[in-house]
Ligand binder design. Structure first.
Ligand SMILES: Nc1ncnc2c1ncn2[C@@H]1O[C@H](COP(=O)(O)OP(=O)(O)OP(=O)(O)O)[C@@H](O)[C@H]1O
Length: 308
């Protein structure tokens, strides 16, 4: 079952196709990465998923039914990249006010806020103003406010920006816990190593178009380039062959790219013929960062923004 499905969504600003016929589905319970370079159309997509903007055309489905912002919004938590807190309002009062706006009753909201403040060691902040918080502290507060009402769909735009490693881990752990409890998470970021670690599925957009869609594992598998890392007791002397090319040599390891039509067994055979003492042989899959850069570069010249 998909918690969210976008079908042929288009959104144009004056002269730009910010989102140009994008379709994808997000399975319930997944941690989903929405990726793309600056200006790709991610924020525009998120604003449509959260009912802030309407698409110019296309349809959005939430839990199988046509998305109705007024009805469905209570089930969605959105932490935008530009944080939206009242700077002069006291933190405790603000959390309570925003929780009640999401439909929680005062008593329940108060209890949940206190629990989260204890968990995040924020008890002493209650009477402070947002103005008095550092960037990382207001980030933690914004996260708590976003998840307080236990949304089914949690949308986090760059949730770790401004956080130190300890607080990043704290929030990461909470994201995993919310996911285990059944929440679906959309995670938007430029930090590929975080996506690789956290997300199970991704969509990559560029210049308003979708250019990749699938599980992280499958995408890495599909983009692999027949590169293997071979470990030796002692590095062999270079020898002529048609089977592979050496792309890197470090310590007692060679990284080799297998030429077309040859297999890993052919590589091993070459080294055995050469009497090299192999101790390890592993395939190297590309990192999401490499895939991101390559796909974005590939489409860079292929498609400029078209005039509407
Ligand atoms: N209100 C607006 N009016 C006109 N053009 C806009 C508006 N908002 C965004 N755009 C344009 O639409 C395109 C997509 O913008 P969007 O903010 O959705 O990208 P993004 O992927 O979120 O970028 P970033 O990673 O930099 O936040 C960009 O070319 C941007 O200049």
């Amino acid at each position: 079952m998909n918690i969210l499905e976008l079908r042929n969504i288009k959104k144009y600003y004056a002269t730009q196709k910010a989102v140009d016929d994008i379709s994808f589905a997000i399975p319930q319970g997944s941690i989903f990465g929405l990726l793309g370079p600056n200006g790709a159309g991610k924020t525009t997509l998120l604003r449509m998923i959260t009912g802030i903007f309407y698409p110019d055309s296309g349809n959005i489905f939430f839990e199988g039914k046509k998305f109705e912002p007024v009805k469905d919004i209570p089930f969605i938590g959105y932490m935008p990249e530009e944080r939206g807190l009242y700077k002069k309002m006291k933190i405790g009062e603000q959390a309570l006010y925003l929780a009640m706006l999401k439909g929680m009753d005062r008593h329940e909201a108060m209890k949940k806020i206190k629990d989260w403040f204890v968990k995040f060691e924020m008890q002493s902040w209650w009477n402070k103003k947002v103005d008095d918080l550092s960037k990382g502290m207001s980030q933690k507060l914004q996260f708590v406010i976003t998840v307080l009402h236990e949304p089914k769909l949690l949308i986090l735009d760059e949730p770790f920006s401004g956080l130190d490693p300890v607080n990043s881990n704290l929030i990461k752990d909470e994201i995993y816990k919310l996911s285990q409890k059944g929440a679906t998470i959309i995670f938007s970021t430029h930090r590929m190593e975080q996506v690789e670690e956290i997300c199970d599925r991704i969509v990559l957009v560029n210049k308003g178009k979708k250019i990749l869609d699938g599980s992280v594992k499958q995408i890495k598998f599909d983009c692999k380039e027949n590169i293997f890392k071979v470990g030796f007791n002692e590095l062999p002397k270079p020898f002529e062959n048609n089977v592979f090319e050496i792309v890197n040599s470090k310590d007692t390891f060679l990284t080799v790219k297998i030429n077309e039509r040859y297999t890993p067994a052919d590589v091993l055979e070459q080294f055995l013929i050469n009497k090299s003492s192999i101790i390890s042989f592993n395939e190297i899959l590309p990192s999401l960062n490499d895939i991101f850069i390559k796909k974005v570069e590939d489409t860079k010249l292929a498609r400029q923004f078209e005039e509407v």
